[in-house]
Design a protein around this ligand. Structure first.
Ligand code: FA5
Length: 331
C-alpha cells in the first residue's frame, strides 16, 4: 500500500489532488477506514497486533500525504515570490522633472536681489477691502483714478486687488518706520486681454521708508536694481513724470532697451527705452493715513509688472505664453 501511494504522490502537483488521494484512504469508503472497521472481526488474541499494524500504516500514510502537501505549499510560495520579485538594483524608467515657471523664477530672482539689499518679503491678500486698495492710498471714491484701474468687485464690499500697493498699507499699519519691504503676487483688472495685458497678472511692490528719502535715492536704487535684474552693467533708467495718487512726485520708469542697448530697435519701437514700472515718493497723505508723521518720515515705492520683466528678460513676445502651462514652452 505504501509503495503504491509513493508512486501516486509523485505525479501530484495541487493541494486538491492530494486531498482526493487522502479521501481514498481516510474517507468513508477509504482503505484505512475499512481496515479500522475490520477490527471487530479479528480474533481477540490477534486484535492488539492488528490494531498496532493498522495504526502504523495509518501514521505512515499520513506522514507521506502531509509531506507532499508541505512540498506543494512550498512550491506555490516560491512561484508567488518569483512573480512578485523586484530587482532593486535595476535602473528606473526615465522621468522628466518639472521646471520652475518663468513667473515664479522672475519673482524669486528679484527677491534674491532685494534681500541682498536688506529688504524683507511680506505678503498680503488677493481679496482686498476697498480701503486698503484705494482709500488709504489717497484714492477716495470720487477720485477719477479709481476708474484708471477697472476693478473686479466681489460680494460684501470686497474686491480683487488691482495692484500690490495695498500691501504697503497693511505693512505700515503693522510696523513702525523705518521699513524696507517687498511683496509680490497676483493682481486683477478688467483689462482687454492681448499680447501684453491679462485680466490676472503679477506685480512686485517695493516700499522703503526712512528719514530724508529723496528722488535721488529712488533713482540710484532703481539703477542698481535694474542692472542686477537684467544682468547688464550698462542698463540705464529714465524717470518720466507721471501720476499715481499715492506718490508725489510720481514717475513712469523706463530702462534702456536690453535688445539694442538704447540705439532703437523693434523691441523698444525705436525709442531705445522700455517702460517697466511705476514709482514715486510716498504721498504725505498716505503716511498720515497709516499714522506715520510725514514731517519725520519719507519714502519711495514702486510697483513692477512681473510678466513685463519676464518677457523682456527671456524675449517672450506674447504674455499669453506665460499662462498656457505648455510644458514645451516651460522647458
Ligand atoms: C500700479 O499698479 C501702481 N500701483 C504702481 C506703483 C506702485 C506706482 C508704487 C507708484 C508707487 P500700473 O497700473 O502702471 O501701476 O501697473 C504697474 C505695472 O503692472 C505696469 O507697468 C505693467 O507692467 C503691469 N500691468 C498693468 N496692467 C497689466 C495687465 N493688464 N496685464 C499685465 N501687466 C499689467
Amino acid at each position: 500500500m505504501i509503495e503504491e501511494l509513493k508512486e501516486k504522490l509523485q505525479s501530484l502537483s495541487t493541494i486538491q489532488e492530494v486531498q482526493n488521494i487522502k479521501a481514498q484512504y481516510f474517507g468513508k469508503k477509504g482503505q484505512i477506514t475499512a481496515l479500522m472497521k475490520n477490527i471487530g472481526r479479528i480474533e481477540p488474541e490477534k486484535k492488539k497486533e492488528y490494531g498496532m499494524q493498522v495504526n502504523e500504516l495509518k501514521q505512515e500514510i499520513e506522514r507521506l500525504l502531509n509531506g507532499k502537501l508541505d512540498e506543494i505549499k512550498k512550491e506555490i510560495k516560491k512561484q508567488e515570490e518569483l512573480k512578485n520579485w523586484v530587482d532593486v538594483t535595476a535602473h528606473g524608467a526615465e522621468r522628466s522633472f518639472g521646471k520652475e515657471h518663468l513667473i515664479a523664477k522672475t519673482i524669486r530672482d528679484i527677491y534674491e536681489i532685494f534681500t541682498q539689499f536688506g529688504f524683507t518679503v511680506v505678503e498680503g491678500p488677493e481679496i482686498e477691502e476697498p480701503w486698503f486698495n484705494f482709500d488709504a492710498l489717497n484714492t477716495p471714491e470720487w477720485h477719477p483714478a479709481r476708474e484708471m484701474q477697472d476693478t473686479f468687485y466681489l460680494e460684501d464690499d470686497l474686491l480683487l486687488r488691482t495692484h500690490t500697493s495695498a500691501v504697503q498699507i497693511r505693512t505700515m499699519l503693522k510696523e513702525e518706520p523705518p521699513l524696507a519691504i517687498i511683496s509680490s503676487g497676483r493682481t486683477y483688472r478688467k483689462d482687454e486681454i492681448d499680447a501684453t495685458h491679462s485680466a490676472m497678472f503679477h506685480q512686485l511692490e517695493c516700499l522703503f521708508i526712512d528719514k530724508k528719502v529723496t528722488v535721488g535715492n529712488l533713482k540710484m536704487f532703481l539703477e542698481q536694481l535694474t542692472k542686477k535684474i537684467f544682468d547688464n552693467e550698462d542698463t540705464k533708467v529714465l524717470l518720466r513724470p507721471s501720476y499715481f495718487p499715492f506718490v508725489e512726485p510720481g514717475f513712469e520708469v523706463d530702462v534702456s532697451c536690453m535688445n539694442c542697448g538704447g540705439k532703437g530697435c523693434n523691441v523698444c519701437k525705436g525709442t531705445g527705452w522700455i517702460e517697466v514700472l511705476g514709482a514715486g515718493l510716498v504721498h504725505p497723505k498716505v503716511l498720515e493715513n497709516v499714522g506715520y508723521d510725514p514731517e519725520k518720515w519719507q519714502g519711495f515705492a514702486f510697483g513692477v509688472g512681473v510678466e513685463r520683466i519676464a518677457m523682456l528678460k527671456y524675449g517672450i513676445s506674447n504674455m499669453r505664453e506665460l499662462y498656457k502651462n505648455d510644458i514645451r514652452f516651460i522647458d
